[in-house]
Design a protein around this ligand. Structure first.
Ligand SMILES: NC(=O)c1ccc[n+]([C@@H]2O[C@H](COP(=O)([O-])OP(=O)(O)OC[C@H]3O[C@@H](n4cnc5c(N)ncnc54)[C@H](O)[C@@H]3O)[C@@H](O)[C@H]2O)c1
Ligand SMILES: O=c1ccn([C@@H]2O[C@H](COP(=O)(O)OP(=O)(O)O[C@H]3O[C@H](CO)[C@@H](O)[C@H](O)[C@H]3O)[C@@H](O)[C@H]2O)c(=O)[nH]1
Length: 589
């Protein structure tokens, strides 16, 4: 919103001081491909920049990417044929001053956490509305009359009514509009999902004022989203649609994982099934990747929230139907861990196992509900010599602290190797796999793939970082939009004389400094030259596939590899001396 609306001040308020401090530093608390470019422009503002309006050319005072150092401001002789983009002021702020910022806002978007309740009525499935209710109360107390209040968090159906009741209680007689505007971005592709949203859903009351409020919010989005992609509904439909969207995606993953179990028992191949079934346009090919089950902070809680809603509506069969999606997911994860233990002769004593990937999916450092953690928990029960973990996006120190907190002394014995336990988090994959009896591929990071002999060096890149080979110029408008400039930025960053530059248009202002305890700065200082993970702020950019031949050389026989994500070419891996087990396929020997 801030990036595409330079004229609107967007303030992110959070009571968590550490998070806000990190958002106001070089290394934000989350890793997302492409976040850096967007954040740098909106938060730090941008300098004036100049570039050739068309493609190519051999001008003396300006390169295609900008003005040369000899001619710092474009001379009149060369001004024609160049586009000058004026400087831009910062319009994205991060602060902990919750009440003050709410009082100043025309639109308040509530995006606090809505996890599953862990105690009390509905524990284990109902949505815990504590944070949402607390912040809604602050909004009700401080929002300016006429402000538009937006539910961005994923909430149970009819939450809008709850907010309206609170507003009526705290501010009787004052008019507010409450909208539902659920978020559909996925971790790891968030920036692409936001910049090229397939739809924006806005739910409102069917009153003139409700519709006006929905139009106002829609106008914030139309700066970059085509109007045709903005869906307006009644407020409860919008709330429920979000839960249903996630539940149906999760259901597809559980469905394909249930079929994977059949494949392993019959000799059918799950990838062939997914391709054959997904070719039917009525079914579609997405979300048919079998593996170790879905993780992440959303799917499980949202499916359970839908099931709980059905229960409270006295629809037990409906609730049961959705609960099966979650139980199939747990079964999938446990089946994978059990297969590992069984293949290793039902004992892990004296053995080292390595998990590649700790995040719940690739290209993120989000580890919430990660299958890896649960697999570690199961493997630990078998008393292995070591459980090694490597993740290219997660900061090892943060990962160790989290594993210790979730599985640590409070739960029985020591967990981390440095304290006498078995888990050690490494800064590169080769050290993690060295001397291992079994490697488990737990997250689908591209660099973990094995695509064939001699192909380990070149990494196919993610959608965001894929080379943008086409020059986006000339632009449709005389004054390029931020989307135009971002496309040009990406093009220049991957071509010509500015290749590899993080600021090829020379627009960035200086980024704010990090505090002395910044985990990403500490990682850079402490991890040494062999580190190949980057933490949240490092804009993780793996350049190479793993050299599986090297890993094989340093593993213990029979060099087990358990591919929980269907990334590896089994025959090729076997030629390297591995014994490979893959979800959804029978072993080939
Ligand atoms: N993470 C995603 O990819 C994603 C995608 C779509 C929707 N959602 C939904 O968005 C919501 C937030 O998810 P998240 O992953 O960002 O959660 P999160 O836990 O990472 O962040 C929530 C933030 O809210 C802050 N907060 C809580 N109570 C507060 C209060 N009273 N005042 C000020 N700040 C407060 C917390 O400090 C925290 O930083 C959830 O409802 C989630 O279902 C998340
Ligand atoms: O074919 C597939 C697709 C996904 N997954 C797994 O499913 C989980 C969730 O993946 P994904 O949906 O891509 O990431 P999330 O960030 O959890 O995004 C989901 O949850 C968000 C939060 O509500 C929504 O906004 C998004 O639309 C929705 O896709 C991950 O563990 C994936 O590995 C599979 O196992 N197989």
């Amino acid at each position: 919103m801030a990036f595409h609306n330079p004229h609107i001040r967007v303030t992110v308020v959070d009571k968590d001081e550490t998070r806000i401090r990190r958002w106001n530093s070089k290394h934000p608390p989350i890793y997302e491909p492409g976040l850096n470019e967007v954040l740098r422009i909106a938060r730090d503002g941008a300098r004036e920049c100049v570039f050739q309006t068309g493609r190519g050319g051999d001008d003396s005072c300006a390169s295609s990417a900008g003005v040369s150092s000899e001619c710092t401001s474009l001379c009149e002789e060369h001004a024609e044929g160049f586009t000058t983009v004026p400087s831009r002021r910062p319009n994205l702020l991060f602060t902990t001053e919750v009440a003050r910022c709410i009082a100043e806002a025309d639109i308040v978007l509530i995006a606090v956490n809505t996890p599953t309740k862990t105690r009390g009525a509905g524990a284990g499935s109902a949505t815990d509305m504590t944070a949402f209710e607390a912040v809604a109360a602050v909004v009700a107390e401080h929002a300016r009359p006429g402000a538009i209040i937006v539910e961005k968090s994923t909430v149970p159906c009819r939450t809008a009514q709850l907010i309206e009741d609170m507003l009526a209680h705290y501010r009787p007689g004052v008019h507010f509009d409450v909208l539902s505007n659920p978020e559909f971005l996925a971790a790891g592709t968030a920036i692409n999902d936001l910049l090229s949203a397939d739809r924006i859903l806005i739910g409102s009351r069917p009153t003139p004022s409700g519709r006006r409020a929905a139009d106002t919010l829609a106008s914030v989005y139309t700066s970059w989203v085509p109007r045709s992609r903005i869906i307006t509904t009644n407020v409860f439909s919008s709330e429920l649609a979000k839960l249903v969207a996630n539940s149906m995606l999760a259901q597809r993953v559980s469905s394909i994982n249930s079929v994977a179990a059949i494949c392993e028992a019959t000799g059918a191949d799950i990838d062939e099934i997914s391709a054959a079934v997904g070719a039917d346009p009525r079914i579609g090919s997405k979300f048919l990747r079998a593996g170790i089950g879905f993780g992440g902070s959303c799917f499980k809680k949202d499916v359970l929230s839908l099931a709980y809603l059905a229960e409270t509506l006295n629809l037990p069969q409906v609730a049961e139907y959705w609960r099966c999606v979650v139980s199939m997911n747990e079964y999938t994860r446990n089946r994978f861990a059990a297969r590992v233990i069984k293949c290793l002769n039902n004992t892990l004593r004296g053995k080292k196992l390595t998990l590649l990937g700790y995040a719940f999916k690739k290209d993120t450092n989000d580890t919430r509900e990660s299958a890896t953690l649960e697999i570690i928990r199961t493997l630990m029960e078998e008393g292995p010599r070591e459980i090694a973990v490597f993740d290219p996006c997660c900061n090892p120190a943060t990962t160790e602290a989290e594993i210790e907190q979730l599985l640590g002394p409070a739960h029985g014995s020591q967990v981390l190797k440095k304290n006498g336990g078995v888990v050690h988090v490494y800064t590169n994959a080769y050290d993690a796999c060295n001397g291992s009896d079994a490697v488990l591929v737990a997250t689908e990071f591209d660099e973990f793939r094995y695509t064939g002999p001699g192909k380990h060096s070149k990494l196919s890149t993610t959608a965001y970082t894929a080379p943008l080979l086409l020059d986006p110029r000339p632009f449709e408008r005389l004054e390029p939009t931020e989307a135009d400039l971002l496309a040009l930025h990406k093009y220049f960053a991957r071509t010509g004389e500015t290749i590899g530059s993080d600021d090829p248009l020379d627009r960035f202002n200086q980024a704010p400094l990090c505090a002395s305890d910044c985990p990403d700065c500490l990682l850079k200082t402490n991890a040494g030259p062999n580190a190949s993970n980057y933490g949240a702020g490092g804009e993780h950019q793996a350049k190479e596939y793993l050299d599986w031949a090297k890993i094989s050389y340093h593993m213990r026989n029979p060099k087990w590899v358990f591919d929980g994500r269907g990334l590896l070419d089994i025959r090729g891996m076997e030629k390297l001396g591995f014994r490979v087990e893959t979800t959804g396929r029978q072993a080939e020997f």
